[in-house]
Ligand binder design. Structure first.
Ligand SMILES: [Zn+2]
Length: 111
């Protein structure tokens, strides 16, 4: 695996961990699954600080797939992923099969 791919995968997995904590806090405060919450963009840019509005139920569905990540529209990196779903508020990217997808699966916080 190239150093660049490893680094990109690390960034996305870090943001995913942050969102897992956001979701946990939402559950503790009993935020309804139908409500939107601010999650951090899970793109591979380490200095991206943008957020996306995602409903709890949508987040759960995205997280059920270990190689899916939620990003601000336009933050996709076509060299390592492709857009699996588009919405008005965010896009879902799927890691291209290969090293990036392997890392995403290996570090899946839900597995
Ligand atoms: Zn981003």
């Amino acid at each position: 695996m190239s150093e660049r791919e490893r680094r990109l995968a690390r960034n996305e997995n870090l943001f995913r961990e942050v969102n897992e904590r956001i979701r946990e806090v939402g559950e503790e405060f009993d935020v309804a699954l139908a409500q939107t919450a601010h999650f951090v963009c899970e793109c591979d840019d380490p200095v991206c600080t943008e957020s996306v509005q995602v409903k709890g139920v949508e987040y759960e569905r995205i997280r059920a797939n270990p190689i899916w990540f939620v990003v601000v529209k336009g933050h996709e990196d076509p060299s390592v992923e492709f857009v699996a779903e588009e919405t008005d508020r965010y896009n879902v990217v799927q890691k291209t099969e290969g090293d990036g997808a392997d890392v995403a699966r290996a570090t899946d916080p839900r597995s």
